[in-house]
Design a protein around this ligand. Structure first.
Ligand code: NDP
Length: 490
């Protein structure tokens, strides 16, 4: 399908299975026109003092909060309804407010000023120059949050944003753009194009930098397209996060943490727990308690706000989960509770599913499942546990639950992951603005999206160098002058 053609795309409702939303995919000409208008407006946006950009962003935050109910309803329709949808506007507003509080200091810390070490008469200043147009390509699992997580610091850096959300979950865009239009200065530098993968490729052709969140397979295509254009690509990709539960762990604490980490949002979270390694001495007790707690989890099939987990957002994901379970059972795994995805009222739902007798030949232990599955594997000693946890192509996050933090910490230090939760799972959100991290393996490349320095992804640092002395002469300077200017090595 060509992006030049007009295309109407249909969107399935995750709760009913019915197509209840359609939209026109942006054509190549529309994408180019939007990119051109954004580029034009970005010049004025980046020329504004930072204090003015902060003031504009704070107005946007207030607008998001005013429209929180509408945004929550749209996000709920996109994702099948979960408790998080109600907070979506507030989570994004808090992100804007936090960045507004901190950005001045962060950027000042990144300015270099002073005299050259090798040529003392040369004064050096730095300038931070934003990439003019940042393209954001986001996935369906947390549609609004993952559309704005990179856009917010990029806007404060002085870039304009062209967003391409997933075709699976586009309903949040209308209320989002309502909030943007309430802030005209922002509306000039933030725009959206709706569409699919073809649209995503066209976005890449028109921007100066890409922030992509999604699967490894698509991330590779995005990286290739960015490589052809030689533009930076920041890729936040999938995971297969392990948790190690040691022999001394408190079973109640461990099972509560592992269950939530594995099944929250029906497991459709990049940092869901997808592999559970438990010491053989507590394996049976752990599994029994995990199954007991898993059976207390309620589906929200009757009422989005009454229940703990919702439907699969993207119906084909249910097929992937079923395929992983079939493969595991064929190879000898036992399902102790839960089972396959099932249709209820047109939606695809699935109960938390605990499996044992799994091994690393199984898809469920190797590929991203993205469902509420908890495959539990026994280990004999901690060396084996660490080896198993690190036996993956991924390296997004991990977790360790032991009898004490002192026991857990050295294990966590040996796990190949960008973040390790200790004495719990699923703490990734806690690091958001505090610390920058880097994924291992294929879980992502490029500078960190978390932490104060994440804004530097959108800025190029330029050196402005003034010579306060006499200029060097090509005819009069001798090699000895250069040697004298060089810093001493003693
Ligand atoms: P996809 O990779 O399928 O899609 C991500 C985005 O890329 C969508 O907007 C999609 O459009 C678009 N796209 C598809 N094909 C192309 C292409 N050829 N060129 C450019 N863009 C394209 O991911 P999902 O939407 O399925 O999201 C789930 C994945 O995201 C999981 O792997 C999950 O782990 C990962 N993820 C990672 C996070 C992280 O921070 N590391 C956070 C959250 C999710 P369309 O949907 O319209 O086809």
């Amino acid at each position: 399908m060509s992006v030049a053609e007009a295309r109407t795309l249909s969107v399935r409702n995750p709760r009913t299975g019915a197509v209840d939303f359609t939209f026109e995919a942006a054509s190549a000409a529309e994408i180019q026109a939007k990119a051109q208008a954004l580029r034009q407006a970005q010049k004025g946006w980046s020329a504004r003092p930072l204090s003015e950009r902060i003031e504009v962003m704070r107005r946007w935050s207030a607008s998001l909060k005013r429209h929180a109910a509408e945004i929550g309803a749209a996000d709920g329709a996109d994702t099948g309804g979960c408790h998080t949808s109600q907070f979506t506007a507030f989570i994004n507003a808090a992100s804007i407010d936090g960045w507004c509080d901190d950005v001045t200091d962060i950027l000042e810390r990144n300015l270099v000023d002073g005299r050259s070490l090798v040529m003392p008469e040369v004064e050096i200043r730095s300038q931070l120059v934003p990439y003019p147009l940042v393209g954001v390509i986001s996935p369906w699992n947390a549609p609004m949050m993952l559309s704005l997580i990179d856009a917010i610091p990029a806007l404060l850096a002085g870039s304009a944003i062209l967003l391409k959300p997933s075709e699976v979950s586009p309903r949040f865009v209308a209320p989002l753009m309502k909030t943007v239009r309430e802030v005209p200065e922002l509306a000039a530098v933030f725009d959206v194009v709706l569409g699919d993968g073809v649209t995503g490729q066209e976005v890449i052709s028109n921007v100066d930098l890409i922030c992509f969140t999604g699967s490894v397979a698509t991330g590779r295509k995005v990286a290739e397209a960015c490589g052809r254009r030689l533009i930076p690509a920041f890729l936040e990709l999938g995971g297969k996060d392990p948790v190690i539960v040691t022999a001394t762990a408190d079973i109640d604490r461990a099972t509560t943490s592992v269950l939530r980490g594995g099944v929250y949002a029906t497991g459709q979270v990049c940092y869901s727990i997808e592999r559970v390694y438990v010491h053989e001495s507590i394996h049976d007790e752990f599994v029994a308690e995990l199954v007991r707690k898993a059976e207390e989890v309620m589906l929200n099939d009757q009422d989005p706000l009454n229940g703990h987990i919702g439907p699969f957002i993207f119906a084909p994901q249910a097929e992937i989960v079923a395929r992983h379970l079939d493969d595991a059972v064929t190879r000898g795994a036992r399902i102790l509770t839960g089972g396959k995805p099932m249709e209820i009222g047109g939606g695809q739902y699935m109960r938390p599913t605990v499996l044992t007798d799994v091994n690393h030949d199984m898809l469920i232990m190797r590929e991203e499942t993205f469902g509420p599955t908890l495959p539990v594997m026994k280990y004999r000693d901690i060396e084996e546990a660490i080896e198993l946890a690190n036996d993956t192509i991924y390296g997004l996050n991990a977790a360790v639950i032991a009898g004490s933090e002192e026991e857990a910490l050295p294990i966590a230090e040996r796990l190949n992951a960008g973040g390790v939760s200790i004495q719990d799972t699923f703490l990734t959100f806690a690091k958001l603005r505090k610390i920058g991290t880097h994924s291992f393996g294929v879980s992502g490349i490029g500078g960190s999206r978390t932490g104060p320095e994440s804004i530097m992804r959108f800025l190029r640092r330029k050196a402005l160098m003034t010579n306060h002395g006499a200029p060097a002469s090509i005819t009069q300077s001798r090699p000895a002058d250069v040697a004298a200017a060089a810093p001493s090595t003693r």
